[in-house]
Design a protein around this ligand. Structure first.
Ligand code: 5GP
Length: 135
C-alpha cells in the first residue's frame, strides 16, 4: 500500500519543521499555517484516525498537543488554542493518518473558524440511550 504523507515525514522522505520526536510521537508545523505556529502531532506508527488509535498511543499524542498549546500561549503570544482532530472525510480529514491540529489563536476572525449551529433536538432520549448503552 502507498505510504501516506505523514508516514513519509516520519521516515524522513519529506522534510518538515520538526518540533518534537520520541519513540512513539512526532510533532511538526503544518504546511498550511492556518495561524502562526499551527502544528500537527501524530503517532509515528500508522493509524488511520483518532478512533482507530490504541488508547496508550492516543494519550501520548494528546500529551504532546497539550504541551505545544501551553507553549503557544506562553511563548508565541497566542490568546487561545484550538485542538482539533478530524475523523473521516465527511468531518474534513484529508490525510488518513491520525493527527491532532494545535492551532494557536490570536484573534477571533483569522484563518480558522469553527461554527456550531444548533440542530434538531428530536429523539434526544433515544440518541442518549444508544450512546449510553454502548459505552
Ligand atoms: P486534515 O484536513 O486531514 O485534518 O489535516 C491535514 C493537514 O495536513 C492539513 O492541515 C495540511 O495542511 C497538512 N499537510 C498536508 N500535507 C503536508 C505536508 O507535506 N507537510 C506538512 N507539514 N503538513 C501537511
Amino acid at each position: 500500500m502507498e505510504k501516506d504523507i505523514f508516514c513519509k515525514i516520519v521516515d524522513g522522505e519529506i522534510p518538515c519543521h520538526k518540533l518534537f520526536e520520541d519513540a512513539d510521537v512526532m510533532a511538526f508545523l503544518d504546511i498550511a499555517q492556518v495561524t502562526k505556529g499551527h502544528a500537527l502531532v501524530i503517532p509515528k506508527q500508522h493509524y488511520d484516525n483518532f478512533l482507530s488509535t490504541p488508547s496508550e498511543i492516543m494519550h501520548k499524542v494528546f500529551d504532546v498537543a497539550q504541551r505545544i498549546g501551553q507553549i503557544d500561549i506562553q511563548f508565541l503570544g497566542a490568546k487561545g488554542v484550538n485542538i482539533l482532530t478530524n475523523c473521516y472525510e465527511v468531518a474534513g480529514q484529508t490525510v488518513n493518518h491520525f493527527h491532532v491540529h494545535v492551532i494557536p489563536r490570536y484573534e477571533k476572525n483569522e484563518g480558522f473558524m469553527l461554527e456550531m449551529k444548533a440542530g434538531s433536538r428530536n429523539n434526544l432520549p433515544i440518541i442518549a440511550k444508544t450512546i449510553k448503552d454502548n459505552l
